[in-house]
Design a protein around this ligand. Structure first.
Ligand SMILES: Nc1ncnc2c1ncn2[C@@H]1O[C@H](COP(=O)(O)OP(=O)(O)OP(=O)(O)O)[C@@H](O)[C@H]1O
Ligand SMILES: [Mg+2]
Length: 360
């Protein structure tokens, strides 16, 4: 499989990296450090941990497409950042034995951007569009006929001399990824054959991700150490991988590079990541609602302005896990914290109508 992408994310694979050995300078490790993301990204269903329902569906779909000698149906993956949408597109291309072109909606601003990319596709190729909810109307309309009939409808000339051209395209598969499925237009959503939400990972699955990553990066970690990091990884492999690196730095300085439960917990405490995996921004958000707005509800714009974060970061990065873990609730009048958030942050009292009432 050759993969063409703006950031060359998939171009080197782990086996190639491992093959470049030199006992003196250990270049394979340096290479892996530089291409951290690329090095640890699973390339096949076997190394892609979790999401078992989705993987089972995809395996069948891929086998059927291969038997029919047809490209796969268009696929849409949605879910919070870092759960493996882009990685899965790479795995699918690998399993189908076809090329993958990666782009993202903000890069397809002008009609010629999307037309150019569609016209450059070869038969059966996969086109991956990240952040597909951010496609503009024109690009979206161009995609409709491309996805449905594998045609590009183009107009040439001006006013009275205007002509419509139908340019045939090779059959291709579009994989769209978004953190905001709700912002996708109905007609675009309906053109995807498979729509699937990626779920947060369990602690057990994250411990497997951590052990796998540690193995690739030659980091020594025991089972309890992996579990300790998994517990604070917010159900997200990208965070788990990031924390393994940070904890490994601490272990190199304090424990000959070995990660055990104690080392993991101490390093994560120093990083100010608590037992729920919350970081300082998450805690500021919850504290603000508790202390300044009596637990809410309060609008997201007000929260963003008060803690100096951007609304999109709060909505896309902080909120999904806070909502999923039941610490935050979304109501029509704004965000509210739950009793669990009070307990977690050690607030034993809640102000109500100026009277201090002990609730918990
Ligand atoms: N199922 C998995 N098994 C092992 N590692 C995974 C898995 N899913 C994701 N990862 C790791 O997590 C990292 C983030 O995954 P990826 O970039 O695919 O997430 P994403 O959903 O595309 O995020 P975003 O919405 O920010 O684009 C990858 O580097 C990959 O190594
Ligand atoms: Mg991605």
């Amino acid at each position: 499989m050759s993969i063409i992408s703006d950031d060359n994310e998939f171009q080197t694979n782990v086996h190639e990296v491992k093959a470049k050995k030199n006992p003196v300078t250990k270049p394979e490790k340096i290479e892996c450090d530089r291409n951290f993301e690329n090095c640890i990204r699973p390339k096949s269903f076997d190394s892609y941990i979790g999401q078992s329902a989705l993987k089972d569906t995809l395996k069948i779909t891929i086998e059927a497409a291969k038997k029919r000698e047809q490209p796969l149906d268009h696929l849409l993956f949605y879910g919070p950042p870092g759960l493996g949408k882009t990685t899965l597109a790479g795995v699918i291309a690998q399993e189908m034995g076809v090329d993958l072109k990666i782009t993202s909606a903000p890069a397809l601003e002008r009609p010629r951007d999307i037309i150019g990319i569609l016209m450059s596709l070869k038969g059966n190729e996969i086109l991956f569009i990240d952040e597909i909810h951010r496609l503009n109307k024109v690009a979206e309309e161009i995609l409709y006929s491309a996805m449905e009939d594998f045609y590009l409808d183009m107009t040439t000339g001006k006013s009275q001399t205007v002509k419509t051209l139908r340019v045939p395209l090779p059959k291709f598969t579009l994989i769209g990824a978004t953190t905001k499925a709700g912002e996708l237009s109905g007609p675009l959503r309906d053109r995807f054959g498979i729509i699937h939400r990626l779920e947060f990972y369990t602690e057990k699955e994250l411990a497997q991700v951590i052990t796998r990553t540690a193995g690739i990066l030659n980091i020594e970690i025991d089972e309890k150490g992996a579990n300790a990091i998994a517990r604070r990884s917010r159900g997200t492999p990208r965070i788990a991988n990031r924390l393994v690196k940070r904890v490994s730095d601490y272990a190199i300085v304090k424990n000959n590079g070995k990660i055990n439960e104690d080392i993991a917990n101490t390093a994560l405490d120093i990083l100010k990541i608590d037992e729920f995996g919350l970081d300082t921004t998450d805690r500021s958000l919850l504290r603000l609602i508790i202390e300044k707005y009596d637990g809410g509800p309060v609008g997201i714009e007000t929260i963003a302005a008060a803690i100096g974060e951007d609304v999109r970061t709060l909505e896309d990065v902080c909120e999904p896990y806070l909502l999923q873990s039941g610490l935050l609730q979304r109501t029509p009048r704004g965000r509210k914290v739950s009793p669990a958030a009070y307990r977690h942050l050690n607030y034993h009292t809640l102000k109500q109508n100026s009277n201090q009432q002990t609730l918990f």
